[in-house]
Design a protein around this ligand. Structure first.
Ligand SMILES: NC(=O)c1ccc[n+]([C@@H]2O[C@H](COP(=O)([O-])OP(=O)(O)OC[C@H]3O[C@@H](n4cnc5c(N)ncnc54)[C@H](O)[C@@H]3O)[C@@H](O)[C@H]2O)c1
Length: 366
């Protein structure tokens, strides 16, 4: 079993790459102090994985509460948080009890947030069932919900006790979601592991068909994230590198109101390309790097630019407005993570807005 040890001073935990049953059975019964486990999931993740989790929990002889939502980003809302907490409290869920999130990044962010606030914090285990969640959102403890002012503007840091990543759960994931997760996997390579990017280039044809290759890529990509958060858990400095592609990406995503027309990861591949184009205009990176990454995204089928989606004309001026309201703005300046080359980035908050607008005009109208 592959393991990543996330060695935080406070709240260290392990990320296990194994099947759900084996992963859950690493929990020592005596470490469960409460009398209930709440499983929070969505229908798609539950249909394909809940039975394995139920079997794994059987041996603990503990009462379980199952809360299964309909899928979608719309779940990341305070009203949904309140309704989950109501349900938990009505079932006498207590301070020592445990929450397990079973699903993609939406369920992880939502259930982690509930675990962070109910009774001022209860134990939390994350079982990520999408590629995006296995390489990215399940590690690092960021949880939260969206507001009409932007994504993830309400939330807390809540580290899990354990993360169990079962690659087999990806076999039922729609190709579109698999690809969306792949953009975050590549993002980690672009930030800090040029060799991983070479590995992805060499295996681009088989990456989604051969689970030995995909597992290797997931593990190495997750390691980049784990290494960064171990250095800077609260995003005081280098953790912000993980936002490569996100200032542009979040703004485009929020333009489409999270209604499924554009997935988070799809917005991120476009955002990464925009970050490269910004770097190029600033003379920070070479055009070869932009073209290599663009070509890689095209080969796997990820978006690199955006025309109108379903007839809604996307306006660069509106996008720059949304970028100004992103939580990554400090003192009114837009923070951008900009590539220097493949495997290295820098954080800048001094980019002329005319350059950003120029990049938006070029990328959104092609
Ligand atoms: N906390 C963080 O650090 C962090 C990092 C990156 C992204 N995120 C967040 O993650 C979210 C996106 O996550 P996502 O892409 O996993 O989306 P998601 O959770 O919506 O999952 C995508 C779809 O796949 C379905 N699904 C999940 N597991 C499945 C399975 N095994 N088989 C079949 N279908 C399955 C879901 O029901 C959903 O319809 C966004 O809200 C984003 O903001 C958080």
């Amino acid at each position: 079993m592959r393991i990543i040890e996330v060695n935080l001073d406070k709240d260290p935990y392990k990320v296990l790459y194994t099947d759900i049953q084996q992963g859950i059975q690493t929990i020592q019964p005596e470490s469960i102090d409460g009398s209930k486990i709440a499983i929070i999931s969505d229908e798609d993740a539950a249909n394909n994985n809940l039975d394995s989790l139920r079997k794994a929990l059987n041996s603990y002889k503990i009462q379980t509460i199952e809360i299964i939502l309909s899928p979608g980003e719309k779940n990341k809302e305070l009203m949904v948080v309140e309704s989950i907490i109501d349900k938990l409290l009505s079932k006498k869920f207590e301070r020592g009890d445990l929450i397990i999130g079973l699903g993609g990044g939406v369920i992880g962010d939502l259930s982690g947030f509930v675990a962070g606030v109910v009774h001022r914090g209860v134990k939390f285990i994350n079982i990520p069932t999408t590629l995006l969640a296995q390489v990215d959102s399940s590690i690092g403890g960021k949880t939260g919900v969206n507001t009409k002012y932007g994504k993830n503007l309400i939330g807390c840091f809540k580290q899990p006790e354990l993360v169990v990543c079962d690659i087999n759960s990806l076999s039922t994931l729609p190709k579109r979601d698999l690809l969306a997760g792949y953009s975050e996997l590549v993002k980690h390579a672009l930030i800090g592991d040029a060799e991983l990017f070479n590995f992805l280039q060499n295996n681009v044809k088989n990456i989604f068909n051969d689970y030995t290759i995909l597992q290797e890529a997931i593990h190495r990509s997750a390691l980049v994230k784990a290494d960064i958060i171990m250095e800077d858990i609260h995003e005081k400095n280098i953790r912000a590198q993980l936002n490569l592609g996100h200032t542009y990406g979040h703004a485009i995503e929020s333009f489409y109101k999270y209604d499924g027309r554009l997935l988070h990861g799809e917005a991120i591949s476009i955002g990464i390309i925009m970050a490269f184009k910004t770097s190029l205009r600033l003379g920070l990176c070479m055009s070869d790097h932009l073209h290599i990454v663009e070509d890689h995204f095209n080969k796997v089928g990820l978006l690199t630019s955006l025309k109108n989606l379903n007839g809604e004309k996307i306006s660069p001026e509106k996008i720059i407005d949304l970028m100004r309201s992103d939580k990554k703005v400090t003192n009114g300046s837009i923070n951008l993570v900009l590539p220097r080359e493949i495997g290295s980035v820098e954080i800048r908050n001094d980019v002329d807005e005319n350059i950003i607008l120029d990049v938006l005009h070029e990328t959104l109208s092609h």
